[in-house]
Ligand binder design. Sequence first.
Ligand code: AMP
Length: 607
Amino acid sequence: MSTFLELGLKEPIIKALTDLGYEKPTVIQEKAIPQIISSTDDLKAFAQTGTGKTAAFSLPIIELLEASNNNVQAIILSPTRELAVQIGNNIKDFCKYIKDIRVTTVYGGSSIEDQIRSLKKGSQIVVGTPGRTVDLINRRALKLGNVQWLVLDEADEMLNMGFKDELDKVLEATPETKQTLLFSATFPREVESIARNYMTKPIEITSGQKNQGSDNVSHEYYSVTERTRYPALKRIADLNPNIYAIIFCRTRRETQEVADNLIKDGYSADSLHGDLSQAQRDSVMGKFRKKTIQILVATDVAARGLDVSELTHVINHKLPDQIENYTHRSGRTGRAGNKGISIVLVNGKEKGKLRPIEKIIQKKFIEAKVPSGKEICQNQLMNLIDKVQAIEVNETQINEFLPSIYEKLKDLEREELIQKFVSLEFNTMLAYYENAKDLNDLSSRDNSRARSTNENMTRFFINIGRKDSLNPAKLIGLINDQNIGDKIEIGAIDILDTFSFFELDKNFEDKALDAFSSNQPDFDGRSVNIEVTKKERSGGKRRGGSKKPFGKKDGGFGRRRSAEGSSSKRRSDSSSIRRTDRPDRSERNSGGERKSSSGFGRRRREN
Ligand code: AMP
């Protein structure tokens, strides 16, 4: 393995790298740095997040650019604000000992005037998100006529986010003579077509096998149903008391719901998605980096800019729409030599997506069983005992209290004392899990029941029930009012207290969802929403009537818990259908304010 000096970098850069603790180049740096320094050929690099690609493209640019020339010489495009800011900061760190190199980072959601002022002072390197970059080009505040290097970082993600037009525009604004450096973790058709249309005979380098996941990551899947998905998630978190994880969701709504539920249930969690303002995102990411929050629930887009190297787990609450994105997600763990686990929660239908992913990552998923209450309690107990063993005793502070404590406990034997301390910490958790069901069993029963009902019908959940004075006749009337189609067959109807189920001819599944979504009906003043559910027949109180074995407050884990499966809000107050929920496109929606239902400012785990 070479050193940074051998790769052709000058002393002040190496000094800055030493300050940052970069001792040796990573694989991608070893390949890209000498290539970019010695040749003006375009470059196509296959690189996962976390492989050191920021330094791989920026160090040779810093090495070569003319500090005495104030023109923009390098433009670096990145899909998200967070990533752009991170790249900009990294470059500033790398230039610490080089005078006169100025870097400006431009992105939406922040004052464009400030960015224009900074550009006017003369920046040799500009890092930007596609939208804001084009905006500045249009205002003639950003002139790219002298650009020597164009870097497209995470090109696949930029295209995923719909930035094709912006990329075209930036590419057109740069001279033919420039060197284009394209970095991507995956190379779907759209990225290949950018490479074909805008690059000249690019040199290809890779930091490993194309699209392959890190060797430090193991991949596990848990079989769940919609009923057991959230309880299973909680059990996974409970099994790992020191969890430091990102839970990935497909949409902003799903993200907010999962985060709200976790916060409500007392977990140290928060959400990160495109409905948050820049300041809110910064705040959440800051807390997560400092580990004030253990679990971050995020959309793919929002989590892109987050550089955290010690994640223990990545959890796919739902798999991404594009399976290539799985490598992005799982690549967030197992970084910097650490081991990591990438977990996928899949229902019967979603299981089919695992095989194609296995082909991409060239690894097999291991089937994991949702842990039992006993396993969780055992893990938590052992974790507590480890902590007791490791705790440092501050004698000077506690000495004055000890004599009276010894006196009070003098009649207890050692074993009794241990039992009492452990019970104090664990009674609530033990009671909570005492009669906990086997979720694996529940999932398989759900699935087999789903198969056993009428295959020609789709079963829908609707968020109104007996308490809303709903009865079968009124429900049929409501369905008919939506003009879904002529003479649709309506099957079984189950009216429960606060919600209900009904079956419709499965050929009308999409039409029914669309009709309820666009009509946004209300029922006695209550917004109505429906969603497709499992075809489980109701036998009375199933979902709504869950007990709360934990009562108000537990002493055990400093968490508040609600009963398993009682996942808070049942989408009760807004008229929408799950399917209409769009994947997050936060970058396009810069500066949006967070919805009032946010989990901010709520109670945190006290530790
Ligand atoms: P990146 O892929 O550029 O997002 O980098 C991932 C992480 O690895 C960042 O935290 C970098 O600071 C760190 N890193 C990059 N290159 C090196 C290196 N040669 N030695 C140590 N850490 C590095």
